[in-house]
Design a protein around this ligand. Structure first.
Ligand code: TRP
Length: 338
């Protein structure tokens, strides 16, 4: 078994267990995590507490999806010998750091967080925002700093969370007078955000425009064939538009650069039909997803094995985060009386 090498830069990222992960997660972050696990000390957090901030009415959904997310991690190639997978709710240091950090952030600052703002609008909370939801960026700062993480591979929408974390870290370091916590930086994938198959800005299970990481071959075929292209490209001979054409955005994310460049040129010129391009994309996605699906099916047969990976990872993470909490408390000069 390969063991992580010490003194490597620390990575922490997480996912809310609210449903199976999809290709948007893969492009946005999972792919980076798989390649970074050999060069970094990586922790993956199943963020069940954060999932509860807007799912308190449905805790069963959150509980059920904890193992699903772990299965998705393992299916795409996260190796538990290299990456520590852990459960947020079983790491009390995260809650304690959140409690401390909440005093370092204003409500006005929380209300300005653009991602939270957009999510509040999307969920139609109006003025009835769960307080835990408004404050989740602070809890996320606790997640990141509890591991002294330096690198956070996330999608673009998470950048405001990293910014808030950096502000909290600076505030603490300034007040203490030395670098207690490192300033984390976001690692954003070079390919932009993957749109849904309907061409809408974000792939999301709730929008019904996602391709799951364990999608069946029939589902993949149906999704690609239903995919949004250029509505002006009516006849094969017509010149087609590549920009905003979901099939080409997916090819950019998953295809070979040279091949995609050639396809784009032919499509723009006219004479290349949507069906041909879709068939090529389908092939590429079938090839990508088949091994994920196989591995997942195999692992899903042994939930105890999967649960033990999460248990062991959480134990390791508990030691790490308890030590950091202790350090922060002492440095800040709080909660250390008895
Ligand atoms: N907010 C992240 C998301 O919705 C999930 C998350 C929780 C996270 N804790 C984190 C991401 C810490 C990075 C670091 O996808």
């Amino acid at each position: 078994m390969t063991m992580p090498i010490p003194n490597r830069p620390v990575i922490l990222t997480g996912d809310r267990p609210t449903g199976p992960l999809h290709l948007g997660h893969y492009v946005g972050s999972l792919k980076n995590r798989v390649s970074l696990q050999t060069s970094h000390r990586q922790f993956l957090l199943v963020a069940d507490c954060q999932a509860l901030t807007d799912n308190a009415h449905d805790p069963d959904k959150v509980r059920h999806n904890v193992l699903e997310v772990v299965l998705d991690y393992l299916a795409v190639g996260i190796d538990p010998a290299l990456t520590t997978i852990c459960l947020q709710s079983s790491l009390p240091a995260l809650a304690e750091l959140t409690q401390l950090y909440l005093n370092l952030v204003t409500v006005a600052r929380l209300e300005r967080n653009p991602t939270v703002k957009a999510e509040i609008a999307l969920r139609g909370f109006g003025r009835d925002i769960p307080a835990g939801f408004l404050c989740y960026p602070v809890a996320q700062a606790a997640d990141i700093t509890a591991f002294k993480a330096e690198v956070v591979p996330v999608g673009e929408d998470q950048v405001p969370m990293i910014e808030q974390t950096v502000e909290i870290v600076r505030r603490i370091n300034r007040q203490v007078g030395r670098q207690v916590l490192p300033e984390p930086r976001a690692l954003i994938p070079t390919v932009g955000r993957l749109p849904g198959i309907d061409g809408k800005a974000k792939m999301s299970k709730s929008q019904g425009n996602a391709i799951g990481l364990s999608a069946s071959s029939e589902d993949i075929r149906a999704a690609v064939h239903a995919m949004y292209t250029d509505p002006g490209h009516l006849r094969v001979a017509d010149p087609g538009q590549v920009e905003g054409n979901a099939v080409f955005t997916y090819l950019d994310a998953f295809g070979d650069r040279q091949e995609v460049a050639a396809l784009k040129a032919r499509y723009r010129q006219g004479g290349l039909g949507d069906m041909v391009v879709k068939r090529r994309l389908e092939e590429i996605l079938q090839e990508l997803i088949a091994p994920f699906r196989e591995r997942r099916r195999h692992l899903a047969d042994d939930p105890v094995f999967v649960l033990n990976i999460l248990r062991r990872g959480t134990e390791t993470a508990r030691e790490v985060t308890d030590a950091v909490l202790d350090d922060v408390r002492r440095s800040f000069g709080v909660f250390t009386f008895v």
